[in-house]
Design a protein around this ligand. Sequence first.
Ligand code: UMA
Length: 456
Amino acid sequence: MIDLSAFRGRRIGIVGLGKTGEASMQALREAGAEITVWDDSLSKREAAQLQGFQILDLDKAKPEFLLWSPGIPHYGPNAHPLAVEAQETAIPLVCDIELFAQSIQNDILAITGTNGKSTTTALLAHALAQFRPVEMGGNIGNPVLQLNSLDKNGSYILELSSYQLELSPSLRPAGAILLNITPDHLARHGDMETYIKAKENIFAGIHRNGRKPVAVIAIDSDVTKRIAERVKLEGDWQVVAVSTQGKAMVYAESSKLYDGDVQVMDLSLTPAFKGQHNHENAACAYALMRHLYGYEPEKIAFAMSSFQGLPHRQHLVRTINGISYINDSKATNAEATGHALACTRNIYWILGGQAKEGGLKGLENYMDRITHAFLIGEAAEEFAKWLKASDIPHTICGTLDVAVEAAHKLAQDNRGMPGEPATVLLSPACASWDQFKSFEHRGDVFTGLVEKLPEE
Ligand code: UMA
């Protein structure tokens, strides 16, 4: 657990008792802080009371600040009443990343972007662990305050969401990666500009020990290119531009990774690096290790090549009679689903759930890869209209079990037809919350259903 002794005796209100709140409660209790807690869920409040925590009342508790769970809206039309009340009484809101940043002297390597940040974080942790001690946490699912402490040579590798980056003003990474920015979470942020601004916060803090921090930025979109130019111009960061669409300091071309003119590795030899989006992830992880720590290119390539990928991201669950069944439940928006569709053809596509703004916009160019679509969740009717307009055969299935069975039957019945080997792909382009607890839950259910399918 992270040493938070600097917070001993200080009055802190913890809002949201999910993963972040739970870890914060334990770490701050250990440190001897005066904690009061709140969650809109009565059962969460009761569970906290059973552990001896007091319920937060802003007037009575007068906390110095609120330790805010990132998923709870705190501005805009859906702002939580506690955030509004806190603002009126000038009580600041921060998240667990802020306390972590204030308490840690080690290098923090921060990764953000709309898509690919979990994979890049896990890849960086996997490869860097072969050179120095590392701990990995943040949005990837391990709240930072429950990470182990590291000796001074160790590095913390943190996946950071736009929500977390808005609430951690003391963050000063030694190295940071910005992968890409496309529309996401707009209902929460209000508009694209606010979302971009939140992401840009990753470069807002300058590392305290005088060494220039390294900013690795994938410059393949106008937005990230503009950010790279600005950060470079300001001169506080050493900027390493990365591309998978043209030449840059570090770039990928025809599945090969280049550092300047030197070919570093053949990405096609590592199954987890399939697809252009994974080339971007690999190029960025390489660039940070090379330019921040100066490790030898061939040693970094070797360390990266044993990466296995993450579950729920284009993960091959099973092959039945030559047909692949792939779990890409993490694809919660059209952009992420586009990456999966780009990797294969003759697809029996399971999609739907809680639609994001824009729905399936941007996927038009992949429709010739779809043999049949199977729709689930709230978005089914809306997506059916979109697919009809593109002339894609589709079936409204409602639930995942019906969709898996229908996709399996049709794909197996069509076996032997000319064309590329078929793929049954769960890549929903939607959030999971209408029918599942999380994208992990949705992916686990899919995996369980596929594992039970008969061979014939
Ligand atoms: N709650 C309220 N009032 C509300 C909303 C929620 O009281 O209006 C309570 C809920 O009852 C619950 C808690 O707040 O008890 C949930 O808090 P949270 O949504 O912040 O969730 P945590 O469990 O703390 O998980 C968070 C991240 N979740 C979000 O940002 C939505 C996790 O990222 C992260 O792994 C975890 O902290 C550890 O750092 C998940 C995520 O979906 C994977 N992230 C988004 C994304 O990747 O797109 C940003």
